[in-house]
Design a protein. Sequence first.
Length: 261
Amino acid sequence: MSCTLCNDEILTSGNLRPNVATFHCGHEFHLSCILEFAQKNITTQCPNCNEVDLSRMNLGNDRMLALQSLIDARRKQTAKMEKKGKSMFSWFTEKSLFSMVKSGTSLETLKIKGIRPEDMIEEQISWNTLANIYTTQSLLDFGFEFHHMLTMGFQPDNFKLMSWVELTDKLNVRAKDMLKTSITIKQLADLKLEPAKLHELGWRWKQLQQIGANEETIKLITESMDEIDTYFRPGKSFANVEGFTSNRRVRLIKAKNGFVF
């Protein structure tokens, strides 16, 4: 019998089987060969029973359904291994996830291997690392949500890599979520979002003040007092600011004197 990994004969001596690895399926290989194979392919599967490169399979119209089946099967296998205790190969996976990401391994391949956003977090991979390698769209398709991003050290500048649709429709990010990144008024202004869109995200004068907005710094976002009044409602503190909407000033004066308007 020969080892199909190196094509050399597997030598035995009576009941002694030095340098021999046997899988449950019955296939045998040189132990040294299978260790090298497992490390390179990040797997504990029998090479003869798992010869197809799943990441390159053409699954046709049912690709997503088949992909999810592969992921579920991989996770079941991982769960069984965890019940039995750590596998002799488990350290390969733990050491290699970061290197696979750094080398640009496709997110679909990682997904097939059963990798989830939580695994990235456990491996202490930063969001900046992912954002420098993969597109925001591909990361969202992989399953990342905003709470994952925050855990991985999401920075205010990372918002620049997101489209409006990704930010609002796919991640459902609002002002309260953006505040969790410790964003400053300057960083918010650098996103170059119109006041109307900031208003849509839930930014009001109270939230803007929390990140350093005042009569001067708000001009980083807009110098239009009409827009400030319309979208952020700064209140009495702007009543005497030059250029502030005259009608708004009148309403504030009436409110101060107890008039209903």
